[in-house]
Design a protein around this ligand. Structure first.
Ligand SMILES: [Zn+2]
Length: 308
């Protein structure tokens, strides 16, 4: 299907984005082609009005450390004075997220802080090597990392069910103890096929994740963190291939190397549909509230400079 502008114009979210574009652009420079080039255009986002105002007034003070920043303070993880917290959206996540940041990673370049700003209740940022010991909760935590043993998001349930099965078998000499879990797995698969929108009542607490860990660093630094003994033995999950929209895309890396906030967003969209078995209606789109605004600003600036 070709992505023509009339298709999008029928959609409410597009209308909202179009309005935002109109505010951002000075004159009649707006063209439908710039909209078509934007892969973030169908997101259901809160109004960018607060960010547009803040951008016009320039840098503002961080309420915690007093530093001069644009939109938010990347050291304190809070919005600046011209961006009132109550005017930025809050996103509720289905699980907790820990982000492990490499100390050498330039704070201002990281998008990890977006997650903390937009989902403050569910996101914690740690600076390596100060990270929690995940030992006891290992069975309900996963690490997002494309390693040789990593599994896809859609295989999470299967993996966790196997774990439950194994634990029961270990605690009980009776070999038949694993049988009910196998039967349950079969039933769930059938239900899922027949009713994709059906929220499974039989979904057990044991077959959902409580926490996922993301690593926020350059590729070379990631390899150092990933070998830390506290992160060994965790389930590793690999994301589907998607192209990044990040304007600070790492030189020499493929465009499928996502920024942290993109990785978090795409993981949650897949998790929602493939593990929670619920239909996705934009619940996590606002995680890209800052990202898509900044992406649009930079894209527009490039367009006006005639670089594209
Ligand atoms: Zn600050």
């Amino acid at each position: 299907m070709s992505l023509n502008s009339s298709t999008f114009l029928n959609q409410e979210s597009h209308q909202k984005l179009k309005r935002n574009f109109e505010c951002l652009k000075n004159s009649q420079q707006q063209t439908t082609s710039s909209l078509q080039d934007n892969p973030l255009q169908n997101l259901q986002l809160a109004s960018w009005e607060v960010l547009e105002k803040a951008q016009k007034s320039g840098r503002s003070k961080c309420p915690r450390c007093g530093s001069s920043r644009m939109f938010y303070c990347y050291s304190c993880y809070v919005p600046v004075e011209t961006v009132p917290t109550k005017e930025i959206p809050v996103v509720k996540l289905p699980l907790k997220i820990d982000i492990i940041k490499h100390p050498n990673e330039t704070d201002g370049k990281s998008t990890a802080v977006h997650a903390k700003l937009l989902a403050p209740e569910d996101v914690t940022i740690y600076t390596y090597p100060c990270i929690p010991d995940y030992e006891e909760k290992r069975h309900e935590i996963a690490l997002i990392f494309p390693g040789s043993n990593s599994i896809s998001v859609k295989d999470i349930i299967l993996h966790l069910e196997k774990n439950v099965e194994k634990n029961v078998s270990c605690g009980n000499d009776d070999d038949s103890s694993a049988e009910p879990f196998l039967k349950k797995a079969k039933i769930e698969t059938k239900e899922d096929r027949n009713l994709s929108e059906y929220k499974s009542n039989s979904r057990s607490e044991d077959t959902v994740l409580k926490k996922v860990i993301f690593i926020d660093s350059t590729w070379n630094q990631t390899n150092k963190i990933i070998t830390d003994e506290r992160l060994q033995g965790l389930l590793q999950i690999e994301l589907k291939t998607r192209k990044t929209c990040f304007w600070r895309h790492q030189k020499g890396k493929p465009d499928t190397y996502l920024s942290t906030i993109e990785a978090i967003y795409y993981f949650l969209v897949d998790y929602h549909q493939e593990v929670l078995k619920e239909s996705y209606k934009g619940q996590y789109d606002n995680l890209l509230f800052f990202f898509s605004f900044m992406y649009t600003l930079i894209k527009n600036a490039k367009n006006s400079a005639g670089k594209e």
